[in-house]
Design a protein around this ligand. Sequence first.
Ligand SMILES: C[S@@+](CC[C@H](N)C(=O)[O-])C[C@H]1O[C@@H](n2cnc3c(N)ncnc32)[C@H](O)[C@@H]1O
Length: 215
Amino acid sequence: MSQEIARARDEALAALDAFRAALARFRRAAGAPPLFLLEKPAPELPQAALEECRVFATRHQMMRALVRGGIGGEIGVQHGHFSRFLLDEIAPERLHLFDMSDRLLRPDVRSDPRVEMHLGDSPSELRKLPEARFDWLYIDGDHSYAGVCRDTRVAVTRLRETGLLIFNDYTPWSPGEAMAYGVMACVNETVRAGWKMAGLALTANGYFDVALRRA
Ligand SMILES: C[S@@+](CC[C@H](N)C(=O)[O-])C[C@H]1O[C@@H](n2cnc3c(N)ncnc32)[C@H](O)[C@@H]1O
């Protein structure tokens, strides 16, 4: 491990100690858990919406089991490593990729003839496409509650009736950044509004994926 990495790790661990102590002081003073850390608490899911949900070891296993071909989209692509997997193993006829920038995107993904790139704010870009166009959409862009809800509101109108709405990072908290994510709250609200869970993909670090279908 380089000295720079070791120093950054030690700083993070010292800050974590101070953070834990502050949370303990908060719990003692307030007599309540520090829910202010979460952007928005996720509402409970109705059990009926989970009855057909399959559980997978990884998001790759879930995608292979639930999605095949069709017209797909990935919102938030960054380097495009997951886009590469989608192209190779899910084999979409067309893959629409959305990101603010393609600066980091792998050239082999950018140049794939099935790929259509949409640069800019993802909900605004997705809204430019016709309604009921997509067989599946994978949402992994802005993880704030407002951001993921903006993507979701447009995505549900762009999916076909039988389309699959998939979310990365189904969690209220990102341990790698020590910050709140709004994905779990947005997903649970979407389910309560008339969707059901088709798949839940686990990971060791808690950044789960979830796939929804219309109920
Ligand atoms: C976590 S990365 C995506 C990773 C990729 N899906 C994967 O699995 O490898 C999130 C991406 O979302 C993009 N993003 C964030 N907010 C966005 C927005 N409002 N519109 C478009 N892209 C956005 C960021 O630029 C970043 O590249």
